[in-house]
Design a protein around this ligand. Structure first.
Ligand code: GLU
Length: 375
């Protein structure tokens, strides 16, 4: 992966921090939001799907409430965020509307993404929005979670979203030019143009104190890049105040810091799926389905399932067994064991008839499926 590949990328998660979105904490910087929206609409036009992760709700809430000083109490910050979120999404919505793009508000917590069922729900919704050419605008759900308020952690949320939708690029816009090899104010500090996200030296460069200000420092960004790299996603850390920054990054200009994954996307995802979770149950496949999975890399449909074994829920990891009982694949299942039992052997269009609803037409989508001992 190098910068030349950036123009061929397909799906970006763009994270913009509070300090950039708000006029030095005074309220929303409408001009800046306008400029990013315009760039994002051009990225969309050039075939790159964009998801925005934006902070700024607390600062906008404080401005709306006439609070000059940031409150200490977390519940007051949460209240400010609830007020300010209205303004934040209003602003993005009106800017994107000028470019004939709709936006969608999504408020997430880290827990939403570690719970397998909600993970799949969020993923399906986000992918649906992208297929409709809508720009999802994500923030932490500050009413119920306070990670960002406490740790400036929308960087991590950005990375988790990148994992969730298999983005190829995570762009973290910040108020610095990128990662420097030592504290940027020190003489001789050089911008790191490109490195592997997992390089242990990076966290040393970011400095031990980087994350202690209560807002995401450079070290949170490196950790986010490492997390993003697990699903094969590259991270760009760059200055959000540079003119046309997003377009220039896409056009491979040498600005900011590019942190690349060490493994190919598929291999990274395979590692994650195969290594991180223990299967909760299994399904036995007929020869047709075994072939579709092994030879065509297809999704698993209910029609190819002959038996459902164990107890599992939507979102759990399960094994796929061939006719001899050998595990040939594992993946995140879209239906519980009970539901799977009811729909096994049936064509996808019959799912709704039997269950009364349809989540996805596949039992396991190929993006969530990894073959065992193959590839
Ligand atoms: N998610 C919050 C926001 O959008 C938190 C940022 C902060 O702590 O200032 O403003």
């Amino acid at each position: 992966m190098n910068r030349k590949h950036l123009s061929q990328t397909k799906r970006w998660v763009i994270k913009i921090g509070s300090s950039l979105v708000t006029n030095k904490g005074q309220g929303l910087d409408q001009q800046a939001i306008q400029a990013w929206s315009e760039q994002i609409s051009r990225l969309q036009q050039s075939g790159i799907e964009c998801i925005l992760v934006s902070s700024g709700a607390v600062a906008e809430g404080m401005a709306r409430l006439g609070w000059n000083r940031r409150p200490k109490a977390v519940h007051e910050l949460q209240a400010a965020a609830a007020v300010g979120q209205m303004g934040l999404v209003q602003s993005y919505e009106s800017c994107f509307r000028k470019h004939n793009l709709h936006t969608a508000q999504i408020l997430l917590t880290h827990d939403d993404l570690s719970n397998r069922e909600r993970y799949l729900n969020a993923r399906t919704t986000l992918k649906t929005l992208l297929s409709l050419n809508i720009i999802p605008i994500i923030n932490e759900n500050d009413t119920v979670a306070t990670d960002e308020i406490r740790f400036g952690d929308n960087d991590t949320l950005g990375a988790l979203v990148a994992n969730l939708v298999e983005a190829d690029t995570l762009v973290i816009l910040t108020d610095q030019q990128g990662l420097y090899d030592r504290a940027p104010e020190l003489a001789g500090a050089k911008l790191v143009e490109q490195a592997e996200a997992d390089d242990p030296l990076l966290l040393k460069m970011a400095g031990p104190s980087a994350g202690t200000l209560g807002m995401g420092g450079m070290s949170t960004k490196i950790t986010a890049a490492q997390r993003a790299s697990r699903s094969g996603c590259s991270t760009l850390i760059a200055s959000g105040t540079e003119k046309n920054i997003l377009l220039r990054l896409r056009d491979a200009e040498n600005i900011g810091t590019l942190l690349t994954p060490s493994a190919e996307p598929l291999a990274a995802r395979k590692q994650w799926l195969a290594g991180h979770l223990r299967p909760k149950g299994s399904v036995s496949l007929d020869t047709g389905a075994t072939k579709v999975l092994q030879e065509n890399g297809g999704s698993l449909l209910a029609v190819g399932v002959t038996a459902v074994n164990g107890t599992f829920l939507r979102g759990d990891l399960i094994s796929c067994l061939d006719q001899d009982g050998h595990e040939i694949a594992r993946g995140l299942v879209n239906y519980s064991a009970t539901e799977s039992g009811k729909i096994k052997g049936l064509a996808s269009h019959q799912i709704e008839q039997i269950l009364g609803y349809i989540d996805e037409k596949e039992l396991i989508h190929r993006d969530n499926l990894v073959l065992i001992n193959k590839q």
